[in-house]
Design a protein around this ligand. Structure first.
Ligand code: ASP
Length: 358
């Protein structure tokens, strides 16, 4: 799959040449929709952004926009899109001070998580945003979300970017990308990060929570990770799940990883019909990662009897990983490692702040 782009350059300052450059990657989603003369929503031509957001002029930025020639609803996003977005940031890394990715909200937390793992040693802002209402709508949240995302992506203190990590800005809050989750489809406050404090909050000022912002040690080169192994599955538990369903999933051909969505602090049924197939899967070399269905708290295998069996057979405890971070991290680690012990040790390490380590 090759994605075609259209490029437009927008210099927002009317007064003097701006000294900060931002690359916007526009992928699609609700934000970029406008009503045509028949009232139908169609993708927006980004070169006309100043008509929709005249206050962009006050930012004094040199903006380049790379637009997917065919913008997509984020329900159609797949790892090839992550590779494309990541590659665009990687190859343009030195040319820009920061990056803003405009993306549909439905899978934004997956994409932000993936990009955070793909760009090792990132030292510049990569801010994802989108909107609940299209930019052409009078009450749209697109304008505020985009302007503030641009401001965050371009803010420096002592010549250093304030947010040198992958984050999602939405409805006044800046959240770590790989800690975020879409939690709302009707109201404007679409994202939450239950297990990690917000990185900033915007009101009259943007107040940064500096001590929670991830920083990579200086003088490390950016390393690009662009491969994903999609031979994984999410097995979400529910009372009444059948032996056939569990066995069917475990027997998927070429399966290499299972993200097991358990109850509470990592608990699961203790019946033999449930534990035995999982144990056999592990013996075959399938990685099983335990993440909780609870948005808050973390997996603590062995705390209850109902998670002791999982721990004993070698299921990896996923601490407080979100499902979005678990899926994307597992795909990348499986693509890069064949050795089970290496996979395990990378999965229990926090790569860029995605999980709490005891
Ligand atoms: N379905 C849209 C998408 O994720 C929703 C949105 O943009 O908010 O692309």
């Amino acid at each position: 799959m090759k994605i075609e782009y259209t490029t437009s350059t927008i210099i927002t300052s009317a007064v003097k040449a701006p000294d900060t450059s931002i690359l916007i990657i526009y992928t699609g989603g609700t934000l970029g929709m406008v009503h045509n003369e028949n009232g139908v929503l169609i993708p927006f031509d980004f070169s006309l952004i100043m008509d929709h957001i005249p206050s962009l002029r006050q930012l004094e930025l040199n903006i380049t926009v790379l637009s997917f020639q065919t913008p997509i609803d984020s329900s159609n996003v797949n790892p090839q899109h992550w590779r494309e977005i990541g590659e665009k940031i990687y190859t343009n890394y030195d040319k820009y001070d920061g990056f803003v990715v405009l993306h549909g909200t439905d899978t934004m937390a997956f994409s932000a998580s993936a990009i955070s793992f793909m760009l090792e040693n990132l030292q510049k802002p990569v801010i994802f945003t989108g909107a609940q209402l299209p930019i052409s709508s009078s009450r749209s949240d697109a304008r505020e979300n985009l302007i503030t995302a641009l401001e965050i992506a371009s803010t420096k203190i002592n010549k250093k970017p304030v947010v040198p990590e992958v984050a999602i800005y939405f409805d006044s809050v800046l959240l770590r990308g790989n800690r975020s989750k879409k939690v709302e489809s009707q109201q404007f406050d679409a994202f939450e990060s239950e297990n990690y404090p917000m990185l900033a909050e915007s009101g009259v000022d943007i107040n940064y929570n500096h001590k929670f912002i991830h920083r990579t040690e200086q003088k490390k080169d950016l390393i690009f990770h662009g491969s994903f192994d999609t031979n994984i599955v999410v097995l979400k538990l529910f009372p009444g799940i059948s032996k056939e369903a569990v066995e069917g999933i475990i027997n998927i051909p070429n399966l290499r990883g299972i993200v097991l969505e358990t109850y509470g602090s990592g608990n699961a049924p203790t019946h033999d019909w449930f534990l035995t197939p999982l144990k056999k899967a592990i013996e075959k070399g399938i990685i099983i990662l335990n993440v909780s269905q609870c948005p808050g708290g973390k997996v603590d295998q062995g705390r209850y009897e109902t998670s002791e069996g999982l721990h004993a057979m070698g299921v990896i405890g996923g601490s407080d990983l979100t499902i979005e971070a678990a899926v994307t991290k597992l795909m990348i680690v499986l693509a890069e490692e064949k050795n089970i012990e290496n996979i395990k040790s990378r999965m229990i390490e926090s790569i860029c702040g995605e999980m709490s380590i005891n």
